[in-house]
Design a protein around this ligand. Structure first.
Ligand code: ATP
Length: 119
């Protein structure tokens, strides 16, 4: 039982490594996530602000992971140009865009005034 759970965890971690190895966008998310965590620690943001930041980062990682999973699956189905695959990939890419937009909005709310105060 516990061994099976640990195996599932291993599969998920392998997925995370695949995401980082194959997707330049995921590496940008990693840098952004580290940057936001460092900024949050330096500015001592409140627990509520940490919660917002966690939701924003989680949303972006989740959207990117599902987008990449769909791209892998679509490319297994066919590498030929297909209208259905185009639509599926475009809609999945839109999900990443929406998540990134929400994260930028949350970043502006949490860090905007602090960044402006630096100048
Ligand atoms: N088999 C296909 N048939 C038709 N259009 C496709 C196909 N594969 C990709 N496309 C088009 O090219 C775009 C980019 O697809 P690709 O698989 O190269 O993803 P990507 O460059 O990794 O994009 P992202 O930055 O969203 O991860 C898709 O959004 C889609 O419009």
């Amino acid at each position: 039982m516990i061994a099976a759970r640990l195996r599932s965890f291993g599969h998920a971690m392998r997925g995370g490594m695949t995401l980082l190895k194959t997707q330049p966008n995921a590496r940008i998310h990693l840098v952004a996530t580290v940057g936001v965590v460092v900024a949050g620690a330096v500015w001592r943001i409140s627990p509520g602000e940490w919660a917002l930041v966690a939701v924003a980062c989680g949303l972006v990682w989740m959207a990117e992971a599902f987008n990449t999973a769909l791209e892998f699956l679509a490319d297994e189905v066919s590498l030929e140009r297909r209208e259905g695959i185009k639509r599926a990939k475009d809609v999945a890419a839109f999900a990443v865009l929406v998540a990134a937009g929400a994260a930028v909005g949350i970043g502006a709310v949490v860090f905007g005034a602090r960044i402006v105060a630096m100048f």
